[in-house]
Design a binder for this molecule. Sequence first.
Ligand code: CP
Ligand code: NVA
Length: 301
Amino acid sequence: MKHLLKLLDLTGEEILGLLNLADQLKYELKHGIAHPLLQGKTLGMIFRKSSTRTRVSFETGIYQLGGHGMFLSSNDLQIGRGEPVEDTARVLSRYLDGIMIRTFDQAEVETLAEYGSIPIINGLTDFCHPCQVLADLMTIREHKGVLQGLKMCYIGDGNNMANSLIVGGLKTGMKVSVACPAAYTPNREVLDFAAGCGAMFTLTESCEEAAAGADVIFTDVWASMGQEGEAEQRRAVFKGYQINRELLAAAAPECMVQHCLPAHRGEEITAEVFEAHAAEIFDEAENRLHAQKAVMATVMK
Ligand code: CP
Ligand code: NVA
C-alpha cells in the first residue's frame, strides 16, 4: 500500500490488516510499550478545511510513532494563492516523508499522489473520508467482536461519509443499508461498486426500512463543510432523516450508534440518543488516533 487516497483502492484484506495493526498500536500505547516505527520522519498536514479530530490525532499520532507533524494551513501556503498542486507535490516530496491532506476536490489528492514521490493520506475530501471509516470499522469490531455478517445502516446525506462507509462496510463483509432523499444519494462510482455486491447493499428513502435489524447505525451532518450556504434548504430536505428513539426501536436490540462528529443535536441525531451512546461515539473519536497511526506506519515505513 503506497497511499491512502480512498477505500475503493484497498482490498478487504488490506483494510483488515490496517485494523489489526491499529488494535496492536492501541494496545501498545495503553500498556506503555514504545512503538517508534517512524523515527525521524516528518508528516506534512495540509488543511483547506477546518478540523479538530483529524488535525490533533494525526499530529499526536506521528509524534507517538517517533516522527514529527507539520501543520500547513492552505491560507499560509502558496497553494492557497494558486501555485499548482503538481508543483507543490514535487517540492514537498523533497522535504517530507508523507503528506496528509484535507481538501474539497478528490482530484487534488489524486494529483498530489501522481506528481509527488511520497505517500499521500486523504484526511477528507468531498468524495470520501477513509481515515474516519477505518476508525469506525475498528470501533465496531471492538464492540461486536466481528464485522463479517453484521448490518450497517447509514441515515442522511449521501456524502463523503456515506461513500466511505458503503465501501468500507461491504469490503469487510458487512451488509450495508442506506436511507437518503432521492436527490442526495451517494456517489455514482460508489453505487456502481455496491451494485456489484448484490443483496449485501440496499438503498432506500425510508429510514425505518434501512434501520430494520441493524447492528450499527451511522449518520452525519445535513450540511457538510463547503455547503454552509445551503444549510437552510438542506434542513428542510433532510428533516426526518434523524437517529432517534423511535428509529432505534426498529434496529437490533444491542444496536450501536456512531457519528464521525461534529454532531448537530436535534438535526441528524437527538440529544437523547447521542448521550445514551456517547461512550461508543467517543471510542470512535479516540480510534482515529490508532487507525491513522496504522495507516502512517504502513505507508510511510
Ligand atoms: N470527524 C472528523 O473528521 O472530525 P474533524 O473535522 O474535527 O477532523
Ligand atoms: N460530512 C462532513 C464530515 C465531517 C467530518 C463534512 O464533510 O463536513
